[in-house]
Ligand binder design. Sequence first.
Ligand code: HSE
Length: 312
Amino acid sequence: MSKKLCAFAPATIANLSCGFDILGLALNSVGDRVEVSFAEGTAITISEIVNGDNLPKAAEKNCCSVVMQKMRERLGDTRGINIRIYKGFQSGSGLGSSSASSAAAAFVYNELLDRPFTKEELVPFAMEGERVACGAAHADNVAPAILGGIVLVREHNPIDMVQLPVLDSLYGVLMFPNIKIKTADARQMLPEKIKLTTATKQWANVGGFVAALYTNNYDLLSKSMQDLVAEPTRSQLIPKYQDLKKVAETNGALAFGISGSGPSVFALAKSEELAKDIQKAMLDCYADTGIETMSFIDKIESKGGARLSASF
Ligand code: HSE
């Protein structure tokens, strides 16, 4: 029987409020799984997408097959591949759904090929999955989805990333209101230009955020996680966004923001107890909206990222 491998890659929070398109954080409990094996012939085939009826199976349109195609092109490998995909969370949630699949695809295919690439070298391939899924090959989801922890993307082309330390005790509260926001649309609504005074404040926040991680400084982290670039426009797409922010902060959140391009929102907390209080307050706040919500809490770790997993 031909070798078959399966990998998991986690959901991610991109931007982390202060670092639009350059910061991302790997979650742990939620993610996608991708299984791959060699097949007869030279074609790349997707035989099954579990929980992803709306996703394309055509090899040139699916992020997993596009990632593997780019990898085998680079290696001059023409062996056929069969792919199965398990979607662990909804696409269009703002939690890096295409990125989790792209990252798992890059990781598992690299393992099948006996690791011709380092984990860092897998990131640009996974970015091609993002390009086909949302039109922009940004790395702030795929980099943490592959490497784990918190990643700063200093430069996209050529890719240059810094893995940042994580505070001693940090919990993420994620809430996904089930409304549709496409990343491509959410990117369209961003301002083309921002004022120099706004940019100055924003890059000061990124500096503060990085310093906070290296010095384990919760106050500095909290002050620095402000978004003057995307939140002002994108928050208008999320019902009761300002109310959610207020209840999260009142209940002890260090930070609150939009996860990636939304509609998911996130809060960070210093302890699991606070995270639970914040989650309850956020869900209570949403109870009268009639919008279906999904929420979970994850401990934020400096490791994690893509890894081999059991099949599905
Ligand atoms: N940085 C990207 C954006 C993330 O905000 O558009 C999309 O998940």
